[in-house]
Design a protein around this ligand. Structure first.
Ligand code: AMP
Ligand code: ZN
Length: 112
């Protein structure tokens, strides 16, 4: 399901442009518009939900699917020396977009 007010749903629908690096029927991976590392990708599922705290079995299947795809997508984007995955949950983590996404960061040694 989509949320018409959600910018990531709009990216999925093509209403907002993005630099896509991978897409299939369940997920999309695109470049973060304000990269926090040399390579900074965002992986999103095509079903809208806001928060990790809304996880259920069906949503977990989607996240599992994304986690199975990410290593190859990372490799295809030059992340051969390692990378970091981040999911921000809520305000204290600084979550700004409320459509669950996995940050993929790398391309250089990352500060902790
Ligand atoms: P978070 O703080 O975990 O909610 O991360 C949201 C991320 O989305 C931030 O790193 C933003 O730079 C990124 N972002 C916001 N709008 C766009 C956009 N239109 N295209 C690509 N990345 C975006
Ligand atoms: Zn959405």
């Amino acid at each position: 399901m989509k949320d018409s007010n959600c910018i990531f749903c709009k990216i999925i629908d093509g209403q907002i442009p993005s630099a896509k690096v991978y897409e299939d029927d369940k997920m999309l991976v695109f470049k973060d518009i304000e990269p926090k590392a040399k390579v900074h990708l965002l992986a999103i599922g095509k079903d809208h939900f806001k928060l990790l705290s809304e996880m259920d079995e069906s949503r977990a299947e989607l996240v599992k699917y994304m986690l199975c795809k990410i290593p190859q997508i990372a490799k295809d984007n030059g992340l051969i020396n390692g990378y970091r995955l981040i999911i921000n949950q809520g305000d204290d983590a600084g979550q700004t977009v409320f459509h669950l996404h996995i940050h993929i960061l790398g391309g250089e040694p990352l500060p902790w």
